[in-house]
Design a binder for this molecule. Structure first.
Ligand SMILES: [Zn+2]
Length: 82
């Protein structure tokens, strides 16, 4: 009688759920990469955007998405009229 060995095999690694720890480490790594990118960016172009967190308009860099501060009154008026 032949015994099937497939039942005793451990599940394949790709079937295991991704652990929260791995995701957290990945986020940390990506945040580090992002802050490095933002530090080296010259912010050549920005867009005035409505910031959801503070309910106010902010200048956001098109390249690195850095918060570049508040727009001028002129830029605010332009945004309101667009
Ligand atoms: Zn930038």
């Amino acid at each position: 009688m032949e015994v099937s060995e497939t039942d005793s095999e451990p599940s394949h690694p790709q079937d295991l759920p991704v652990s929260a720890q791995k995701i957290i480490e990945e986020i940390k790594s990506l945040e580090k990469e992002l802050s490095g990118l933002q530090e080296s960016c010259l912010h050549p172009k920005y867009t005035v955007r409505n910031c959801q967190d503070s309910f106010s308009l902010k200048r956001i860099c098109d390249t690195c998405h850095s918060d570049l501060g508040y727009p001028t009154q002129q830029e605010t008026d332009k945004w309101m009229n667009s």
